[in-house]
Ligand binder design. Structure first.
Ligand code: NAD
Length: 292
């Protein structure tokens, strides 16, 4: 499919606002949707702040910033997606939420329009097969924070056609990002490798082998990781980490993927990381303080 002009982004959280940001800067018209008007407002404020930072660092000009911001329109109803050529769903990592979104999008969007999901772990084949266009359905897994990270994993479902794949790759290239192909198996490549490490770091904390600080310091200085695993988990969102571990556990039926009970406890408390102000660290003061 050529001539993609309008990209719709569903979900204006950490990932959705980042995807809208890079698409608008690349020249696409962007429709940004969220169920929460508050999240939508916060998402646009984040985009504006992040673009200011890019202007300040001379990565983009002030004119590029204002033109890109003008290309973003926010909508609270998916019925507005009639003119969208390519929709990227970036809502909460729950299969039922994503399926409901695609149920709402399919009757509204042209038959030729493409649907993509930014899911971190859920089967693209299964999500696509629940829509009216499995051949025009694909996984586009952006990395967090989207404006800075170079990689996008592209995941074809069993039915995804070549035209859809080519359209998705051309968008990723226009965004100036690098494509890596992953087969459609639970959590694809990045999270299949990353998430068990994060879960193991939580077990290491749970079993008292180390404190939050010693585990993160050990992996930063001992394994040369730019962020410690618990700091990274907070950054990703502990709710998202737990959902991915559940998908790995259910999808691969191997006990080595069982989510750590301490991760479950943090999510049950609503301490889901940086976006909530508290996770393995407390972010409510000037500097993050470990919570254990
Ligand atoms: P988030 O919690 O920051 O944002 C999710 C947003 O979805 C919220 O604003 C919520 O209001 C919105 N939402 C929920 N139901 C909705 C609906 N029915 N319609 C429209 N919006 C709805 O989460 P996030 O970190 O942005 O993650 C979003 C997706 O991106 C998930 O699938 C996640 O697995 C994936 N992802 C996350 C990361 C990461 O590091 N956090 C990285 C890559 C991919």
């Amino acid at each position: 499919m050529t001539g993609i002009r309008t990209i719709g982004v569903v979900g204006a959280g950490q990932m959705g606002n980042g995807i809208a940001h890079v698409c608008a800067l690349a020249g696409y018209d962007v429709l940004l949707n969220d169920v929460s008007a508050e999240r939508l407002e916060a998402g646009v404020a984040t985009i504006s702040r992040n673009m200011d930072r890019q202007v300040h660092r001379e990565m983009i000009s002030a004119d590029q910033r204002s033109a890109a911001l003008k290309r973003i329109r926010t909508v609270t109803a998916l019925t507005e997606f009639g003119d969208v050529d390519f929709a990227i769903e970036a809502a909460t990592e729950k299969e039922d939420i994503k399926k409901k979104i695609f149920d709402q999008l399919c009757p509204v969007m042209r038959k030729s329009a493409i649907l993509a999901s930014n899911t971190s772990s859920i089967s693209i084949t299964r999500l696509g097969s629940a829509t009216d266009r499995p051949e025009r359905f694909i996984g586009l897994h952006f990395m967090n924070p989207v404006p800075l990270m170079q990689l996008v994993e592209v995941i074809r479902g069993l039915a995804t056609d070549q035209e859809t794949y080519d359209a998705a790759v051309s968008i990723v290239e226009k965004l100036g990002k690098h494509v890596t192909n992953a087969e459609d198996f639970p959590a694809f490549i990045v999270n299949r490798v990353l998430m068990p490490m994060i879960n193991e770091a939580v077990y290491t904390l749970y079993e008292g082998v180390g404190t939050v600080e010693s585990i993160d310091t050990a992996m930063k200085l001992g394994a040369n990781h730019p962020m410690g695993p618990l700091e990274l988990a907070d950054f990703i969102g502990l709710d998202t980490c737990l959902s991915i571990m559940q998908v790995l556990h259910d999808g691969l039926a191997d006990t080595k993927y069982r989510p750590c009970p301490l991760l479950v406890k943090y999510v049950e408390a609503g301490w889901v990381g940086k976006k909530a102000g508290r996770g393995f660290y407390d972010y409510r003061g000037d500097v993050p303080v470990p919570t254990r």
